[in-house]
Every structure is written in structure tokens, then in C-alpha cells.
Design a protein around this ligand. Structure first.
Ligand code: PRP
Ligand code: MN
Ligand code: MG
Length: 185
């Protein structure tokens, strides 16, 4: 796996350090709300980030997953995410924090936020490890007094590891790196 990586952008240590800061910020922002937030991981990519993030949040949070899928085995978004796995929890009147590994075109969040709004969430925040603003096509808006938490701004490379895949592989790399172009060309 490592041999397919051109450059490491964020080591395990750098990720841990940054997510600890994000978790402290979330703890501070939600410690006075009447109900603790629901952290909603977007499967599959967010699974590692969500697991590490929640263990650093000092609040009695709830956890749920939703499945959005738009890339398949291609490196390009098809612009129409589907929600194959829906929420288990009732989010009516609740504060939801969507946890993502990466925001790219914005399509996934745009569709997901509309979905959560229709289910009556009182606020929708987003906590993403990476954001690739250079690739944004759709502008999404948070709900209520939702906040936006972002770990790192990601340059426009195809990155894998720490949950991020290419054709379902490389998710279990402990760091985030740039995939060698010959792997996907
Ligand atoms: C990736 C990533 C985000 C989404 C971001 O998921 O994990 O969920 O794409 O792209 P967007 O902003 O252009 O919508 P993917 O659809 O590859 O599914 P996965 O999480 O199972 O890898
Ligand atoms: Mn995803
Ligand atoms: Mg993917």
C-alpha cells in the first residue's frame, strides 16, 4: 500500500494533533446546549475520523451513520449522491454534526443537509477533516446556528488514507497521502 503513495501530506501525529483541537472546540461549543449533539458519520470515508474524534469530545454525544455515495471507482464525482443507509436516530429538534473525511464538490453535503433539514434537525454543523475548496461546485448552507469545523485545507491532489479510498482501497493507511497517478490512470 505505502509503495503506491507519492507524498505524505498529513502524518498520523499531525492528524491526531488537529483533531484534538477540533474536538475541544466542539466540546466548548456544545457544552451548554440542552441536548448533546448527534455526530453523524458519512460512511464509509468518515469512519476512522469519527472514531478518533468522538473519543476526544467530552460530552455525552450520540452517534449515527448515513451512507452517501457518489464516486464509485472513479476519481470524479457523478454529482448525484444516493443515501443507501438512512439514520437510525430521530433528529427532530436535535443538533446534528455531520462528520466527513473530505468535502470536495460539495454535492454530498448539499444533499445531506437538505435531508437532515427535512427531518427537523434544529441545527446542522459540519466537521470535516479535509476541505478541497478549489473543487467546490455546490455551495451548501448550514442549518440554524450550525458551525463549520475543518481540519486541513487540501490541495487538489487525489488523496487516500485515514478513511479515504481509491476504489475502496487504502482506507486503512494511518496517514493521508497523495496517490501515485499511475495507480488510477
Ligand atoms: C467521498 C468523501 C465524501 C464525498 C465528498 O465519499 O468521503 O463523502 O466523497 O465529495 P463531494 O463533496 O464531491 O460530494 P465517496 O462518495 O467516495 O464514498 P466513500 O465515503 O464510501 O468513499
Ligand atoms: Mn464519503
Ligand atoms: Mg470514496
Amino acid at each position: 500500500m505505502e509503495k503506491d503513495i507519492e507524498t505524505i501530506l498529513w502524518t498520523e501525529e499531525a492528524i491526531t494533533q488537529r483533531l484534538t483541537q477540533l474536538a475541544s472546540q466542539i466540546t466548548a461549543d456544545f457544552k451548554s446546549t440542552p441536548s448533546s449533539p448527534i455526530l453523524l458519520g458519512v460512511a464509509t470515508g468518515a469512519f476512522i475520523f469519527l472514531a478518533d474524534l468522538v473519543r476526544n469530545i467530552n460530552l455525552p454525544v450520540s452517534i449515527d451513520f448515513i451512507r452517501a455515495s457518489s464516486y464509485g471507482s472513479s476519481t470524479l464525482s457523478n454529482g448525484a449522491p444516493t443515501f443507501a443507509l438512512d439514520l437510525k436516530l430521530d433528529i427532530q429538534g436535535k443538533h446534528v454534526i455531520v462528520v466527513e473525511d473530505i468535502v470536495d464538490t460539495g454535492n454530498t453535503l448539499y444533499c445531506l443537509i437538505a435531508h437532515l433539514k427535512s427531518k427537523g434537525a434544529s441545527s446542522v454543523s459540519v466537521c470535516t477533516l479535509l476541505d478541497k475548496p478549489s473543487r467546490r461546485k455546490v455551495k451548501f448552507e448550514l442549518v440554524g446556528n450550525g458551525k463549520y469545523y475543518c481540519g486541513f485545507e487540501c490541495p487538489d491532489y487525489f488523496v487516500v488514507g485515514y478513511g479515504l479510498d481509491f476504489a475502496e482501497r487504502y482506507r486503512n493507511l494511518p496517514f493521508i497521502g497523495v496517490l501515485k497517478p499511475e495507480i488510477y490512470k
